[in-house]
Ligand binder design. Sequence first.
Ligand code: MG
Length: 455
Amino acid sequence: MGKLFGTDGVRGVVNKELTPELVLKLSKAIGTFFGKNSKILVGRDVRAGGDMLLKIVEGGLLSVGAEVYDGGMAPTPALQYAVKTLGYDGGIIITASHNPAPYNGIKVVDKDGIEIRREKENQIEDLFFTERFNTVEWSSLTIEVKREDRVISTYVNGILSHVDVEKIKKKNYKVLIDPANSVGALSTPLVARALGCKIYTINGNLDPLFSARQPEPTFDSLKETAEVVKTLKVDLGVAHDGDADRAIFIDSEGRVQWGDRSGTLLSYWASVKNPRVIKKIVTAVSSSSLVEEYLSKYNIQVEWTKVGSVDIAHKVADENALAGFEENGGFMYPPHQYVRDGAMSFALMLELIANENVSSAELFDRLPKYYLVKTKVDLKPGMVVEGIYKKILEVYSASTVKAITIDGVKIIGKDFWFLVRKSGTEPIIRIMAEAKDENVANNLVNELKKIVEGK
Ligand code: MG
């Protein structure tokens, strides 16, 4: 049986791998999976081909007897929240998240708003490849696609219900929002306005070509944004990815703070807001070892998982964890929903700095200092990924304190750690290393890159 779903949905370059034909067939499989008369919410981010794919998905769902509601353009977490709270049986979101501009994708969510479990992806793949689709008589077809106009307002109100609005309002914060020229522009400024902030935006126009900033927040792609934070002397900057489920923060000193750093602070805050006897959070192997170093002071246990928000979300739900996050800025706050949520993270971060009565720079300075270096290598024909992992384990065996091989190869040494891992969404191998000494981190990444490239 073939494989369609990657780490997070079905992704590909529009009209190349992700063809209208494939998407039509996939929509029929998804509609058959949810069943006749199921209510399905569909929506999309700003990407090229989004409207074409949306209409194909709607047609495919209708053809197998589903009831279809069009939520329009919205952040992924807003559509997920709408599925959960407005009584839908499931949802389809047309997005490729942080992938480069030519990509688009199909993400399927269950009635709880969470990305469907792996077993259900397999069922949909089975229906797709065997073409066992529901059939509907002409006279029983649903007459039309209905509009769902409540997606953004329901989402924004949901976020505001989880923070102390008055406490944040009193601070009159100045914030800079960078929604990556995509759907974050439709909701995060509304959250900031309700929280009494003075709002500046950069990359705030909707642009399917992402001509000003790539959809993935990186240290490099956020250079200009960070400069603006510093120049305007704002209290907090936030940058989203293409579908606004990620939030990367820029502190009041203009320093880009990576997602495992903000995730650590927000996890601490989640433990204060929701007191528990057993305190546990979930994060992927791609997060820094500082997560454990910092949270152990507050008796918060860290459970490491494979990379991929689907696994993290289900683990957080199954284990009733306080929070879950990825180093890329995807943070999940369970009282709101079990999915990554950029605007929810932003509201919580404002609440945290208001509560602690410190600047965002002072807050981040509470964390241990590590230097992070990341790069990626294109996957070329002939590269044997398992062989590369094996070689790395051999080369670093002498300096390894702990090796984790549940997803790629992660090696923790005395004053460093690194992860080399094949991406689940793009044909690349990601390399990330962190060390207390900047030169050590840089040297590690250079050495690892050479090994991966076979030089
Ligand atoms: Mg995303």
